[in-house]
Every structure is written in structure tokens, then in C-alpha cells.
Design a protein around this ligand. Structure first.
Ligand SMILES: *[C@@H]1O[C@H](CO)[C@@H](O)[C@H](O)[C@H]1NC(C)=O
Ligand SMILES: *[C@@H]1O[C@H](CO)[C@@H](O)[C@H](O)[C@H]1NC(C)=O
Length: 563
């Protein structure tokens, strides 16, 4: 055959392949997902019905036992027992709901919380339980199920621990646990090489395990398993997904550390460049991983982060792809601060004009004796401050309170004491090691200023505690204390930022020479209110409402199609 004729035939075919693949592959991909999803749903329909029936039975029995009208608890007497307390606690938060249509509170779908280590008792778990409680209060008929790998813990045991550890009372009938048998797949020890990728594959296996137990109506991950959320979207397009991110799985800092000039989306990773072949492979691997991670993140309907720091990192990774999807662009990545026990401080510590007389010229530094807390900087700053011999510096004392975990900590404390001698501030500095909580509260009551010397602390719960106790904060000008905590209230400062000893000394001077300190204390306390449990619940519910609305939309769309 004439080669020209051949070319006329072959070229269009060759050209058609990539064109077709651009259009057909996504279609094929979606179809595979839908078919698999349909299969999983069918297979688990029976179990879902069983679980719903079981929980409905629990609700009925609970209502019979307490013999209380469930419709409105807000106006009822407060004679109910502890387990009912949860309904009353949050009348204020749930109150926003009544502005909406009547049927709003009646949503009775299943919210699946993906939290395979739910019995760990850490900060991440406090968020999970507070989130479930808020959800229960907003939608009393909704069912919350937690996918967990804690086989050794029964529902009763877990709920008891939640009460003891966090003082959070969940409503038992509408929360349940589904046990995963595949948790070992996400342990770092299972994946000695390529841990990031391995754990992500592990989380896919675990999520498949979860959906094989029950397909929820709304799926929320509270542990940072973005791949599980991606799988959910792949299988069930009608299940809205939510992420609460504490920490990015891969951060742009990590990527930058390998590749100074290159941003995440850089295509031009050059294998011949950089620090040898190993470095190049690692960089390619991390970049590829970051891309897939971003793809997963872009599929998530509602994204929350625990701090501004995390928000900025997630925004960099997930933001660009999310903006391309108009619907996701409507749901920006928001900060939902984790709940801090601010209310306890408010109850325990008075902040008013009268209590001002009980405050002493004490600078308090509440921190473990860890190197990054930079106690030296604070001692040097304090010595500089004392040297100024100003009115404010007269009789000022520095109190260091912290736990000593091991020999290293003890050694550090010893060195700090030596430094105190060298700086000639021995009669002005006190160490209180392993102080009890009542003692700490006492110091928070009588101190004037709260200090934090750590560079780039991600958050700083201690600083929130200072503010809640009415202390004027003098903190490092970086990280969470700068971005999230010690910020202006009504355009007025709640404390001071500093980077070196000179600036810290200036901060102490300013904080101790305020003409009207109690005004600043009250502002600081106001500032801490952003981190209360109530505030968390409010913000959480706003995001959950978006998810529930999406679910209602897709259910309505399916119904319309059937008609
Ligand atoms: C967010 O989570 C990370 C990782 O657990 C933690 O280091 C950080 O302190 C958290 N931020 C807040 C505001 O609790
Ligand atoms: C502290 O920082 C300020 C502002 O950056 C600078 O002017 C000053 O010289 C610094 N002081 C010391 C002791 O480094």
C-alpha cells in the first residue's frame, strides 16, 4: 500500500487513542467505581438494616426508661439523670437549628466516623468525641457509627473512658462501634520502606473493610486518612465526605527541604540534578505522593483543619485542585479549633477589677522542660528586664512550672539553675517541678503575665490557658501563639509578641506597666472563648450541616431520576 495512504489511516487512529482515553478513561473509571460501590451496598444492605433496627430499639428502650418527652427538652425540668444531661447541655448551640425549617432536626441518616484508633485518649480523640456529641445534639435522630480497630474495647468501656478522660457524655443509644480487622495495615511497622505510600495503601484496605461493614450516609475522617475519603467518593458518589485534618500527611516543608526551588506542582523534576540518585528517587516519590494526596484531598466535600498552620499547608496541597471544581470551591477549607477546657478556668479563676489586687508581679512560664521550649531565652530576657531597674521590674519574679519526664529533663533543669546563678537572678526565679493541678491553678490566679519562648509551636494549649486565666501573654512571635491565639480583640492587643531577649524584656515591661491591666485580662479571656467546647460545637455543626444538605440533595436527585 502507498505509505501516504497508510499514514492517512494510521495517524487519525493513533491520534484518536489519547483523545479517546482523555474522555473514556474517566468514564470507565467512574463506571468501575459505581459498579463496585453498588456491589458493596447490596452486600451490606442486610447488615445496615440490622444495625438501624438495633439502634432504634436502644432509643425506644432509653425513652421508655427515662419517660421523658423527647420532642423538647429545653424547657423541661432539670431533674433528669446524668445520661439525659446531654440533651439539655447544648440547648444554646442547637438553638441555631430552630431558625431553619422544622424538618431540619429530623434528619435520621447514618454518619460514619473513620477513627481506627478511637480509644487512644489523645487530643485527636477529644475532637472525635466532641464532634459526635455536637452531631447528636444537632440531629437527635441521626446515628453515629465509629469505625475502629480497638477490638479489645466494648462500647460500654469506650464510652466510660470518654467520660472519665474527657468529661464528655455521649448519648449511648445513637452511637455505635463497628470493628475493623485490618488496622495492622496502617502501622508504620508494616511498611519499613516507602512508609507514606504503604500506610496510604493500608488505609485504603481499612476503608474497604469499613464499607464492607456498613455504607454510611455521610462519611467523615477525623484521623487524616485522605485516601479513605477518596475511596468513599470513588465507590459512592452520593455519600458526602468530610475531613478533619490535624496534620498534613506530607507537608510542603518536607517537599521544599528536598527541593528548594520546586513547588509541589513542579513538573520539571530532573533526575540528573540534586543530591545523587537516591535523592532524586526520593524527591520523585514524594512529589508523586503529594500529587496523589492532593487528588484525594480535592475529592473531599468539606475540609476542616485544627489550626491556621495546618490550614495553610492543606490549602497549598489541596487548594489548587479544589478550586477547579466549582462545587468544592464553594466549600473553602476552614479552621475549626479543637476544644480546650476553657470553661474550667472561667469557673476557677476570677478576672475582674476586684481580683486585680490578688495578682502579683509574677511572670509564669508553664511548659515541660524540653529543649524546644527554650527556657534559656526566657531567663536571659528576664535578666535583661531586671537590669533595666524600671518601676515595673522592681520585685518582679519569674516562676517556671513544668513536668520532668526523665534524666534528660532533670539535667536540663540543673543547667537552667546554673544559668540563673550566672545571671544573678537567683532570688527572683522559682522552679516548681511536677506541680499538681490545684497548685498550677493557684499560680494562674496570682500571676500577671504568661510567657512562652518556643519558636514555631503549632498551637500552644498552655497559651490558651494563660488567656482563659486572665494572664497577659508575652509569647514567641511565630506559629500558633502568633497566628491563632495572642491576636487582637476588638482591635486591641491581648498580649505581646517577641523574638529575642530584647523584645521579650520589652514585652515584660509593657505587660507589667499597663495603666489598666484588668481590661487586657478581660480581653484575653474573651480571646480564649474561641477555643471553648461550645465554639467547637458551633463550628462543627455548621460544617456538618453542609454535609447533611449535600446528602439530602443527592437523595432527592436519585428519587427524581426514579420517578
Ligand atoms: C493540630 O494537630 C497537631 C497534630 O496532632 C498538633 O501538633 C497541633 O497542636 C494541633 N493543633 C491544635 C490547635 O490543637
Ligand atoms: C532583637 O530584634 C530586634 C528586631 O528584629 C533587633 O532590632 C535587635 O537588635 C535584636 N536584639 C538582639 C539582642 O538580637
Amino acid at each position: 500500500m502507498d505509505p501516504k495512504v497508510l499514514a492517512f489511516i494510521v495517524v487519525p487512529i493513533v491520534a484518536a487513542v489519547p483523545l479517546a482515553s482523555i474522555f473514556l478513561v474517566p468514564l470507565l473509571w467512574r463506571t468501575i467505581g459505581s459498579v463496585l460501590g453498588w456491589y458493596v451496598r447490596r452486600k451490606t444492605e442486610g447488615r445496615r438494616a440490622q444495625i438501624v433496627e438495633l439502634m432504634d430499639g436502644d432509643v425506644r428502650r432509653h425513652n421508655e426508661r427515662t419517660r421523658q418527652p423527647t420532642s423538647s427538652s429545653s424547657g423541661s425540668s432539670s431533674s433528669s439523670d446524668e445520661s439525659d444531661g446531654w440533651e439539655n447541655v447544648d440547648a444554646s448551640t442547637a438553638g441555631t437549628a430552630s431558625n431553619g425549617e422544622k424538618g431540619e432536626e429530623d434528619w435520621d441518616g447514618i454518619v460514619g466516623f473513620f477513627h481506627p484508633f478511637c480509644n487512644a485518649g489523645g487530643g485527636g480523640e477529644r475532637v472525635l468525641w466532641a464532634a459526635i456529641r455536637a452531631t447528636q445534639q444537632r440531629w437527635p435522630k441521626a446515628k453515629c457509627v465509629v469505625y475502629t480497630g480497638d477490638h479489645d474495647a466494648s462500647k460500654d468501656a469506650i464510652l466510660a473512658r470518654v467520660e472519665n478522660r474527657f468529661n464528655i457524655h455521649l448519648h449511648p443509644p445513637t452511637v455505635n462501634f463497628l470493628y475493623l480487622s485490618t488496622r495492622h495495615w496502617v502501622l508504620a511497622s508494616t511498611w519499613p520502606h516507602f512508609t507514606l505510600a504503604g500506610q496510604s495503601i493500608g488505609s485504603l484496605i481499612m476503608a474497604w473493610d469499613a464499607f464492607s461493614l456498613l455504607v454510611p450516609d455521610v462519611f467523615v475522617d477525623t484521623m487524616g486518612y485522605a485516601f479513605a475519603l477518596g475511596l468513599c467518593k470513588f465507590l459512592f458518589r452520593d455519600v458526602p465526605t468530610g475531613a478533619y485534618v490535624h496534620y498534613p500527611t506530607i507537608s510542603t516543608d518536607m517537599l521544599d527541604s528536598l527541593n528548594p526551588e520546586s513547588a509541589v506542582g513542579d513538573q520539571g523534576v530532573n533526575a540528573g540534578q540534586g543530591v545523587g540518585r537516591r535523592g532524586a528517587i526520593k524527591r520523585a516519590y514524594w512529589n508523586l505522593f503529594a500529587k496523589i494526596y492532593s487528588l484525594m484531598g480535592a475529592s473531599v466535600d468539606v475540609v476542616m483543619t485544627n489550626s491556621t498552620w495546618t490550614q495553610a499547608h492543606i490549602q497549598k496541597l489541596w487548594g489548587p485542585l479544589r478550586r477547579e471544581s466549582s462545587q468544592k470551591a464553594n466549600n473553602p477549607i476552614v479552621v475549626v479549633y479543637p476544644p480546650v477546657a476553657v470553661s474550667e478556668m472561667e469557673q476557677e479563676i476570677e478576672v475582674s477589677q476586684e481580683s486585680e489586687s490578688k495578682r502579683e508581679k509574677v511572670l509564669l512560664y508553664l511548659a515541660q522542660f524540653r529543649p524546644e521550649k527554650n527556657h534559656q531565652l526566657i531567663l536571659q530576657s528576664f535578666a535583661e528586664f531586671v537590669k533595666t531597674k524600671t518601676e515595673a521590674a522592681k520585685d518582679a519574679r519569674l516562676v517556671l512550672i513544668g513536668s520532668v519526664r526523665d534524666d534528660h529533663d532533670s539535667k536540663r533543669v540543673y543547667k537552667l539553675r546554673l544559668l540563673v546563678n550566672e545571671l544573678h537572678i537567683r532570688d527572683r526565679v522559682e522552679f516548681h517541678l511536677d506541680a499538681s493541678w490545684p497548685d498550677i491553678l493557684d499560680w494562674l490566679r496570682k500571676a500577671s503575665v504568661g510567657v512562652n519562648g518556643m519558636w514555631n509551636e503549632h498551637f500552644g494549649i498552655g497559651v490558651v490557658e494563660y488567656q482563659a486565666a486572665g494572664l497577659i501573654a508575652v509569647v514567641h512571635n511565630s506559629g500558633g501563639p502568633k497566628l491563632d491565639i495572642v491576636v487582637d480583640v476588638d482591635g486591641e492587643p491581648t498580649g505581646y509578641h517577641a523574638t529575642n531577649s530584647t523584645e521579650f524584656a520589652e514585652g515584660f515591661e509593657k505587660a507589667l506597666s499597663l495603666p489598666n491591666p484588668s481590661a487586657v485580662r478581660l480581653r484575653a479571656r474573651q480571646s480564649a472563648k474561641r477555643f471553648t467546647e461550645e465554639e467547637f460545637a458551633k463550628r462543627w455543626i455548621t460544617q456538618m450541616e453542609a454535609l447533611v444538605a449535600l446528602r439530602k440533595q443527592s437523595v432527592a436527585a436519585t428519587a427524581a431520576k426514579k420517578r
